[in-house]
Design a protein around this ligand. Structure first.
Ligand code: AMP
Ligand code: GLY
Length: 428
């Protein structure tokens, strides 16, 4: 069958790499893709929110499966658009419609959903701009640190952890009063701070049945030792040592199963990934957030550990036929190190020529922000590459990833040196 992946990051390159290995995949397209996806698929110059262009492309190329990578087309309702068109409504899609994507698109919705279905999560209250004074008063009675969350999509920047009440009050004024994040901060959640260790669990579901993917930990801060500002993610590791079978059983029983039965009770159809961001608080799982998609750079580590025919699994999800499907998961470790442009997550330059890409043997290089030019592959985003090493141990996987990273160059390239180190030292 012909397959279209929508998106252009490291996540989409990893999905394309995995999908291209399946005998069921005839022709693979990525819209818009990057220099890496063009090695395993054909890039299509269509934006992720060009719904009519994507629809016409699917008809012209007889696409038999669409996989939606990023959140924006999900929340904007790409699936709903396809379902409303007579010539598109039969095309199987991995990715929920607008109603399901609210799990990610509205933190107010997802918090209320968790409360309705008894899913463990931090306590929170939502305030609108009209309720700013009430919010400021409420903050005065809270114990710092205090977590503020913009309700809508804010490109990963909408969560602010405040060390004092005064800082939280100032932040609330900016978010609600001054619309710091535009309409995304028309509502703001004030949330209890949870202390623990974070990890992410992913499922692929057709709304009735599901498969659990390998879990992963990501590294959100720019600097070693979790210093500096938040980013989209600077690295990932799978498996996660502290997610033992007892903990994962609790996640299935207390989080995954009530999430799916909640969606069913509320008549929200859902075919796609659910990314569950968790805090492990003394062995008990609490949900920090849902995403309606896979994570980036978690996907690069997760795909590297899946041994099943990935197209069979994705296709079954998109057609509502996941019942009885099992995933084959490798016991090996995967470590992904993101290489970013100088200045990221602030302003950064584009167009730097990348050298050393051909000399990789130990690890797989997934492209994120890259572009093919006549002079070679150049940087074209903040996060540029994601390098994934595999090994029988975490240490071996790390060494393989870092050996490859050391051979890749462009002016100002930066990466964290400590991806996975905390897990090697865990419990020691
Ligand atoms: P999010 O954008 O929802 O992934 O949140 C960004 C980061 O903020 C998370 O990865 C956590 O590190 C942190 N965070 C979010 N909510 C909480 C919470 N209730 N308690 C502690 N940390 C949190
Ligand atoms: N790495 C975090 C995310 O994709 O949301």
């Amino acid at each position: 069958m012909n397959i279209l992946i929508i998106g252009s990051g490291g996540r989409e390159h990893a999905l394309a790499w995995k999908i291209s290995q399946s005998p069921h995949c005839e022709k693979l397209f990525v819209a818009p893709g990057n220099a890496g996806t063009s090695q395993v698929a054909e890039n299509v110059a269509l934006r992720v929110d060009d719904f009519s262009g994507l629809g016409r492309f699917c008809v012209d190329r007889q696409i038999g499966l669409v996989v939606i990578g990023p959140e924006v087309p999900l929340v904007k309702g790409l699936r709903d658009y396809f379902e409303a068109q007579p010539d598109l409504h039969n095309i199987p899609i991995v990715g929920p419609g607008h109603s399901g994507a609210r799990l990610e698109g509205s933190k107010d919705f997802s918090k209320a959903f968790m409360v309705r279905h008894g899913i463990p999560t931090a306590q929170a209250r939502t305030f609108t701009a009209a309720e700013l004074d009430e919010g400021l008063q409420y903050l005065a009675g809270q114990q710092p640190p205090i977590v503020l969350k913009a309700d809508g999509l804010a490109a990963g920047k909408g969560v602010v952890i405040c060390a004092t009440v005064a800082e939280a009050q100032q932040e609330l004024r900016e978010m609600l009063g001054e619309r710091k994040f535009g309409d995304a901060s028309a509502k703001v959640l004030v949330e209890q701070f949870l202390t623990g260790i974070e990890l992410s669990v992913f499922i692929l579901t057709d709304g009735k049945d599901y498969v659990v993917l390998p879990e992963a930990k990501d590294y959100k801060r720019i600097g070693d030792g979790d210093a500096g500002p938040n980013t989209g993610g600077m690295g990932s590791v799978s498996p996660v040592v502290f997610a033992d079978s007892t903990f994962l059983k609790k996640v299935e029983q207390r989080v995954i199963e009530p999430t799916l039965s909640g969606l069913q009770q509320e008549n929200i159809p859902y075919r796609g990934f659910i990314f569950i961001g968790l805090m492990n608080v003394k062995g008990e799982p609490f949900v920090i957030e849902y995403n309606a998609r896979m994570g980036d750079p978690e996907t690069q580590s997760v795909m590297s550990r899946i041994d099943s025919d990935w197209v069979e699994v994705l296709s079954a999800c998109a057609k509502g036929e996941l019942a009885g499907k099992k995933l084959k998961i490798s016991d090996e470790f995967a470590v992904t190190v993101v290489m970013a442009a100088e200045g990221y997550p602030g302003d950064y330059a584009k167009g730097q020529i990348i050298t050393g890409l051909a000399s990789t043997t130990d690890a797989r290089v997934f492209h994120a922000g890259t572009r093919q030019t006549d002079e070679g592959v150049v940087t074209d985003g903040g996060r540029v590459l994601a390098v994934t090493g595999k090994g029988a141990s975490l240490d071996e996987a790390r060494q393989r990833a870092y050996r490859t990273v050391a051979g890749i160059h462009w002016p100002g390239a930066q990466y964290r040196k400590d991806i996975g180190l905390d897990l090697i030292n865990f419990g020691k």
